[in-house]
Design a protein around this ligand. Structure first.
Ligand code: GLU
Length: 444
């Protein structure tokens, strides 16, 4: 892996840059530049045909100065330790920038979940949980879903952990099914956060954004989400055009919610291919098509394009919601979007960041743009610990308040320092973590 695309080198470079801007001591980098704990396990899983396969799994606990370690677990054939390290560092900055009382962690298992049966996935998950059980816990380290893991995976983790304890421990994971103490609004939270950031960015750029009192008075009959009207999320963004790379939990939901707010989704892609339609796709139908066929490809009345071409599409808002390192120095110059909302973690390389900054493209960084997931994970954790559950309206209102206030803080910080929003977000996050370390002091 080259220096430029190694996610952990990128994460460390981003930190170094901010430490320099803030004029912090080298000891701060020594403290924040590496994870606290790393676990690698090679563990056996019985396959359906009776054979035994060894899988490799990782969990990296990066920093817990501000609270328990928090972060997802991904299942993917390309997972590496350096990727998990970077993702754990980003979780540390993400929880700090949106003010959650958590640190950062991440986990992964090297596997192709598409080639495993449900029973094999269950045995893999339960065995991996047993391997992790010495380090996870509701006050210690709280996993959640990430790429190719979902509420069912979290249910198996919660059950396995609980079996060993002898009682049900709801707070050990978030992103659980509703039946098991999951939170209303958690499944859609990351996409909802992306939508809120995209709309706030449009407002900042003086795009025509229609407040609820105007469009409601005029009897607008768009595809508005009824449940949002009284949550103050009723602003419409009629006509804003959106292209999305990645049509999983984050991308598809962000597309749906943006469409409900009046945006026109003109191109989307999944891991195989992309589709485009100048007059706008009906996202509900695309979701139905993908559920039926497994892919967005061949959706009627669309032109086929590659996932890479999506990035260079002529649109107002681009949402990379797939993998790391998608926007690089090789294609940043070709980007036409005015706003980039990073639904994925780490989709833009540092070289691309500086090209986009010069082009005055507003990049809402991953640690802010996709923080909706972990924000509602925090709400779920609080509800699980109290066994007292909130309405969806409450969850969505609290999510909106928290992500928008972080958005404005990051925006203002970037203006104050004359830097891009990623650097602004890092300035806020690094300051918060450094302060916590300072106040706590060094043990012993
Ligand atoms: N995997 C998600 C992320 O990258 C959610 C993490 C969580 O809820 O802990 O932010």
């Amino acid at each position: 892996m080259s220096e430029e695309s190694n996610p952990f080198d990128i994460a460390q470079g981003q930190l170094k840059k901010v430490i320099k801007i803030l004029n912090l001591d080298k000891s701060v980098y020594d403290c924040l530049g590496n994870p606290h704990l790393e676990l690698t396990v090679n563990f056996p899983v019985k396959m359906d045909d009776g054979t035994v396969r060894i899988f490799r799994g990782y969990r990296v606990e990066y920093n817990n100065s501000r609270g328990p370690y928090k972060g997802g677990i991904r299942y993917h054939p390309d997972v590496t330790m350096d990727e998990v390290r970077a993702l754990a560092a980003w979780m540390t900055w993400k929880t700090a920038v949106v003010g959650l009382p958590f640190g950062g962690a991440k986990g992964g298992v090297v596997c192709n979940p598409k080639e495993l049966s449900k029973n094999e996935l269950e045995r893999l998950t339960r065995r991996f949980t047993a391997e992790l059980s010495i380090i996870i816990g509701p006050e210690k380290d709280i996993p959640a879903p990430d790429m190719y893991t979902n509420p069912q995976t979290m249910a198996w983790i919660m059950d396995t952990y609980s079996m060993n304890k002898g009682y049900s421990v709801l707070g050990v994971v978030t992103g659980k099914p509703l039946e098991l103490g999951g939170s209303l609004g958690r499944f859609e939270a990351t996409g909802r956060g992306c939508m809120l950031c995209a709309r706030e960015a449009l407002k900042k750029l003086n795009y025509k954004v229609i407040p609820p009192e105007i469009w409601q008075k005029n009897g607008y009959k768009g595809m508005e989400d009824e449940s949002c009207k009284d949550q103050g999320t009723g602003f419409r963004i009629d006509g804003a055009t959106v292209a999305l790379q990645g049509f999983g939990n984050v991308g598809a939901i962000a597309a749906k919610l943006l469409q409900q707010k009046g945006a026109k989704i003109i191109a989307v892609s999944d891991s195989r291919s992309g589709i485009a339609k100048k007059d706008g796709l009906n996202i509900f139908e695309v979701i139905e098509h993908k559920t039926k066929t497994g892919y967005v490809k061949d959706f009627e009345g669309t032109d086929e394009i590659t996932p890479e071409a999506i990035l260079e599409f002529d649109c107002d808002i681009l949402i990379p919601a797939a993998l790391e390192n998608q926007i690089t120095k090789n294609n940043a110059e070709e980007i036409k979007a005015r706003i980039i909302v990073e639904g994925a973690n780490g989709p833009t390389t540092p070289e691309a960041d500086s090209i986009l900054f010069d082009k005055e493209v507003m990049v809402i960084p991953d640690i802010l743009a996709n923080s909706g997931g972990v924000i509602v994970s925090y709400f779920e954790w609080v509800q699980s610990l109290q066994s007292f559950f909130w309405s969806e309206r409450d969850v969505n209102c609290k999510l909106r308040d928290r992500i928008l206030s972080a958005f404005h803080e990051v925006y203002q910080t970037s203006k104050d320092y004359g830097v891009d929003m990623r650097t602004g977000a890092y300035i806020l996050a690094v300051n918060k973590v450094t302060e916590a370390i300072k106040i706590r002091g060094i043990f012993p």
